[in-house]
Design a protein around this ligand. Structure first.
Ligand SMILES: Cc1cc2nc3c(=O)[nH]c(=O)nc-3n(C[C@H](O)[C@H](O)[C@H](O)COP(=O)(O)O)c2cc1C
Length: 197
């Protein structure tokens, strides 16, 4: 299997590989696993939609979530696994808040249920808080009055992921020996080291 676009810039490679994975209808093409250390010092990881905003990586997160402050403070670790093309990326990133108007432009394109959830987080109960049972959740969502015309709540937010290192592991080499490249961001650009896979 081809090992993809050759470039000295791992972001170019990652974006090209995600485009290839989308063409292969890879169910993971638009996803990542984002890990951090929470305020108690415990490791946490979760699946998120990994977005591209003007070629910058981004995730959308509600600020009512307990993870928001930790993720905003950074650093975070991101894993992208693209099974259709046998590629794993691991990124170490700092984060930066996305300007709210950028998040809100995309917010309008979301389906109705997540839009309603975003309002629920700010008006009724924050994300990850305990709620008696599912019926209570559904009832409160039903009763929730949404603003008309529909606008995003201030808590609908997002983070740019700013990679400092990117490791690319290709499992699909013809000879069966995996190809593992570690890119580090320096003051003059990306440096690359080949690692034992
Ligand atoms: C396919 C998939 C995509 C998801 N995308 C998002 C997302 O973009 N933003 C988000 O906050 N949670 C998303 N989630 C939910 C998170 O994985 C997680 O359950 C939620 O954010 C609460 O995580 P926390 O307890 O670490 O705060 C997604 C889950 C799945 C399975």
């Amino acid at each position: 299997m081809t090992s993809g676009v050759q470039s000295d810039d791992p972001m170019v490679r990652l974006l090209a590989d995600r485009t290839r994975a989308r063409a292969e209808k890879d169910p993971c093409a638009n996803l990542c696993t984002l890990a951090n250390i929470d305020t108690q010092g415990a490791p946490q990881a979760r699946t998120l939609v990994l977005r591209e905003l003007d070629d910058q990586l981004a995730v959308f997160i509600n600020t009512t979530s307990p993870k928001w402050q930790s993720l905003l403070a950074g650093p975070v670790s991101v894993v992208v696994w693209l099974p259709s093309i046998q590629l794993q990326y691991r990124l170490s990133c700092q984060t930066a808040a996305i300007p709210q108007h950028t998040v809100h432009d995309s917010w309008h394109m979301r389906p109705e249920p997540p839009k309603r959830m975003d309002w629920f987080y700010s008006e009724v109960a924050p994300q990850s808080s305990a709620i008696g049972d599912r019926q209570r959740l559904l009832g409160a969502l039903e009763e929730l009055q949404l603003p008309q015309p529909l606008t995003p709540p201030a808590s609908a937010h997002g983070l740019f992921l700013e990679p400092e290192s990117i490791e690319r592991l290709h499992l699909g080499e013809d000879n069966g020996i995996h190809d593992r490249q570690l890119y580090r961001l320096t003051t003059t650009g990306w440096s690359v080291t080949t690692l034992v896979p």
